[in-house]
Design a protein around this ligand. Structure first.
Ligand SMILES: Nc1nc2c(c(=O)[nH]1)N[C@H]1C(S)=C(S)[C@@H](COP(=O)(O)O)O[C@H]1N2
Ligand SMILES: [Mo]
Length: 258
């Protein structure tokens, strides 16, 4: 069970999801049910935080007012996730993990080395100074947690595709697997790894990534639910073997796209 459970009081999330799906236009419904038919995905679809004062009826009303084309696009693996202006950033961005914030790993940036393994030409580990010298891009996107909350944040780093090119990764491989300082793990598919918005992130809101958000490095994937965004990443492996992940191994939908 995740640490925070935020649902509409008195409402069974599974029933709400079922009702919401039945109201969706056909194309959106198929994509929704194929992907993460979760409170998190509903949150993104309704464009509001369904835990913040919304009623089940309100959510269902918004769903029934959908524009089919626009909503179907949200689930496409090739489309870009929506981006937002600075003024839309949620302050503060919530912390989330399977433990309390005080128990978040403390990684020493001076001795940190990112281990690189698997189907790559160059397995040399990367120091933080070397990683910080990579070209920087920025995104303001919505982070959607499967538990039914979302928040808009500002992340800076280098496209993961850029890093994979530099280490000579075999991009015909099926997966990239990540290992985190406290033991959390996560596998993503290669198309997601190469998606233009998938970012190897070193900064939050233009400042060095705070401990809460994954210092020294996290993978930011705005097209995936929050749990597919590993924080405190210490190793990555390019592989043809699906090694699963912390939540995936406990039954969460593997793809978990938005
Ligand atoms: N290493 C690690 N990464 C993790 C988690 C975790 O427990 N450990 N939790 C995931 C979940 S469920 C969410 S919603 C996001 C929260 O990221 P944030 O604290 O930056 O908002 O981190 C994801 N990545
Ligand atoms: Mo999450």
């Amino acid at each position: 069970m995740m640490r925070q459970r935020r649902i509409i009081p008195g409402v069974d999330p599974q029933l709400l999801i079922k009702d919401a799906a039945s109201l969706m236009p056909a194309a959106s419904r198929r994509a929704f049910l194929r992907g993460a038919a979760s409170l998190g995905a509903l949150t993104l679809l309704t464009g509001c935080d369904i835990i913040d004062g919304d009623t089940a009826e309100g959510v269902l009303r918004k769903i029934s007012a959908f524009n089919d084309g626009a909503q179907a696009a949200l689930f496409s693996p090739t489309k870009l996730a929506p981006t937002y202006p600075e003024s839309a950033i949620t302050r503060p961005l919530p912390f989330n993990a399977y433990y309390d914030e005080d128990d978040a790993p403390v990684v020493d940036g001076n001795s940190y080395k990112l281990e690189v393994a698997g189907l790559v030409d160059n397995k040399k580990p990367w120091t933080l100074a070397e990683l910080h010298a990579l070209p920087e891009v920025s995104q303001i996107t919505r982070h959607v947690c499967v538990e039914g909350w979302s928040a808009i944040g500002s992340w800076q780093g280098t496209p993961l595709s850029e890093f994979l090119a530099r280490i000579g990764a075999d991009t015909r491989a099926k997966y990239v697997w990540f290992k985190c300082a406290e033991g959390y793990t996560n596998t993503i598919d290669m198309p997601t790894a190469l998606h233009p918005q998938t970012q190897m992130t070193f900064k939050y809101d233009h400042k060095i990534l705070p401990r809460a958000y994954g210092f020294p490095m996290k993978i930011r994937i705005p097209t995936k639910l929050g749990f597919k965004n590993p924080k405190y990443v210490v190793a990555m492996e390019v592989t043809n073997t699906d090694r699963g992940g912390y939540w995936e191994n406990q039954g969460y939908n593997w793809f978990s796209g938005l």
